[in-house]
Design a protein around this ligand. Structure first.
Ligand SMILES: [Zn+2]
Length: 82
């Protein structure tokens, strides 16, 4: 598990991430791995890497899959605190 130290403001596909509950815009980051369950025989289970952001005020957590869109990452981090 990878964890970025510090507090971040985050843009997801160019839009600022805002907590749904308290409208906080600062988050702590960690990376989480999710195994997708697959019941098809002979097909390997897929592993998904998600970027998880937890609100520094109410701890609500939001997770996103980071992708590249036209060569640019869909998630942009701006460190705003330690
Ligand atoms: Zn919040």
């Amino acid at each position: 598990m990878v964890r970025r130290r510090g507090i971040y403001e985050v843009n997801v596909i160019g839009k600022p991430l805002v907590c749904l509950f308290c409208e906080e815009t600062r988050f702590r980051h960690r990376e989480v791995f999710v195994k997708l369950t697959n019941h098809e025989p002979g097909v390997q289970r897929k592993k998904l890497t998600l970027q998880s952001f937890s609100c520094i005020t109410c701890a609500h957590e939001m997770k996103f899959e980071e992708r590249e869109l036209n060569g640019v990452s869909t998630i942009e981090y701006v460190q705003v605190g330690d």
